[in-house]
Design a protein around this ligand. Structure first.
Ligand code: ADP
Length: 397
């Protein structure tokens, strides 16, 4: 058997769904997880338990893997550089990944590339936050720890200097940003292989609440003419499918992927402003919640394309299967018996796609998602929202 082994660091649902995509390709999967109860550890048979912050554990894990990739961005950069120096193939590589690990470095690099971002700078202490506010349009200001945040943890909206002390407590550099008055959040997801082939998924609308993604609509409805400006189709290097005109956000994401030499999936999280501009919020270099719709809604899912990219295989067609796809996250509610809810959801809607991550139901925790695709956006959205609410126990009919 010559099939390669993909080593996935992190045992969350992203790893679980990447494993699921690797199965039909016959690609083997090895996992570095924290506990046997991790979402992916429940389904992958080749699991190493250990701490991804420990270099020797990483070395032990990497032995026998053809490539190492990630379901989170928290592996120390210096460990990845050490592994690379020892001949381990790490994708995305540490020189790219660092821009997803450190929001300060990411902003500095995007500035160099002339990519539009919210006004920002590193701040030293609460008084400096007040100075930052005064340089622009005042408070509120968004403060972010440069490392270690996720799902809104590590992000604070502060209204005055007295509220600005908390973010500095972790001892990590703090980034201040203007609070963008956005009309909505978008994501431009692309996948790039070491060969330099790249594909762009349709730009999606992502609805966040309390820093957590709740709902994604693909493609984003009503992308304005400004954002849909055609770009040269040749950007899709060697892509063989009929190239559609690229939206500005797709072209931007492809450019970032190329300039940063990213391999694998890149999600570029964006704000659309009232005057129709797009600003980059952040970069994620791994499969991303904004791309879960693609499992059911696209010809090739983000997970399969990530697996293909890290193995330097030709990439699959990212185009949608239907005019509209809506994905709604299932967050844990007060009602733990989600399986019981399948009876009603499946009977009501045979077109519903349910994805559960095998996690214990805890309030607010992402335990699964549902997807519906079709021709009528209102219908598709209603069905997906209904199923998520029913599974969660928010509604009973
Ligand atoms: P995380 O790394 O936790 O995902 P983000 O930087 O993506 O953190 O921020 C989480 C959410 O906070 C965003 O999706 C957005 O809703 C809000 N947010 C972040 N930065 C800003 C900003 N500069 N202006 C307005 N809202 C912001």
């Amino acid at each position: 058997m010559t099939f390669p082994v993909v080593g996935m660091i992190g045992g969350g649902q992203l790893a679980r769904m990447a494993h699921q995509a690797a199965i039909p390709l016959g690609v083997k999967f090895k996992l570095l997880a924290d506990t046997p109860q991790d979402s992916a550890a429940l389904v992958v048979n080749d699991v190493v338990l250990g701490d991804y912050r420990d270099l020797d554990t990483l070395r032990r894990f990497a032995a026998g893997c053809d490539v190492i990739t990630f379901d989170h961005e928290h592996v120390p950069t210096e460990h990845l550089r050490a592994l690379q120096a020892e001949g381990v193939v790490v994708r995305p590589g540490p020189d790219a990944l660092v821009f997803a690990q450190d929001k300060g470095l990411m902003r500095a690099r995007l500035d160099e590339l002339g990519v539009p971002c919210p006004r920002h700078r590193l701040v030293a202490d609460p008084a400096d936050v007040t100075a930052f506010a005064a340089e622009g349009s005042g408070f509120p200001v968004v403060l972010k720890t440069t490392r270690g945040g996720y799902d809104g943890k590590g992000v604070w909206v502060v209204r005055d200097e007295s509220e600005a002390a908390e973010p500095f407590r972790a001892g990590v550099p703090v980034l201040a940003e203007e609070k963008v008055d956005f009309v909505r959040e978008l994501a431009a997801d692309v996948v790039r292989s070491p060969h330099g082939q790249a594909v762009a998924y349709p730009v999606v609308e992502s609805w966040q609440k309390d820093g957590i993604c709740h709902e994604v609509t693909a493609p984003a409805p009503d992308l304005s003419a400004d954002l849909a400006r055609p770009s040269p189709a040749t950007t899709l290097a060697r892509g063989r499918f009929a190239p559609a005109p690229l939206e500005e956000a797709q072209a931007l994401a492809l450019r970032i992927a190329g300039e940063l030499d990213i391999t694998g999936h890149l999600a570029v999280e964006l704000f659309q402003t009232r005057d129709g501009r797009i600003l980059v919020n952040e970069l994620a270099m791994r499969p991303h919640n904004s791309g879960h719709w693609s499992i059911d809604g696209a010809v090739t899912s983000q997970f399969e394309n990530h697996v293909r990219a890290v193995l330097d295989l030709p990439l699959g067609d990212p185009r949608p299967r239907a005019p509209w796809t809506v994905m709604v996250n299932v967050l844990g509610g007060d009602y733990p018996d989600m399986y019981h809810a399948y009876l009603h959801c499946m009977a009501r809607d045979p077109g519903l796609r349910i994805h559960m991550y095998g996690k214990d139901v805890k309030p607010g925790r992402k335990v699964g998602h549902v997807t519906v695709f079709g021709d009528d956006l209102d219908d598709v959205r209603e069905r997906a929202r209904h199923a998520a609410a029913y599974l969660r126990g928010d509604i009973t009919e």
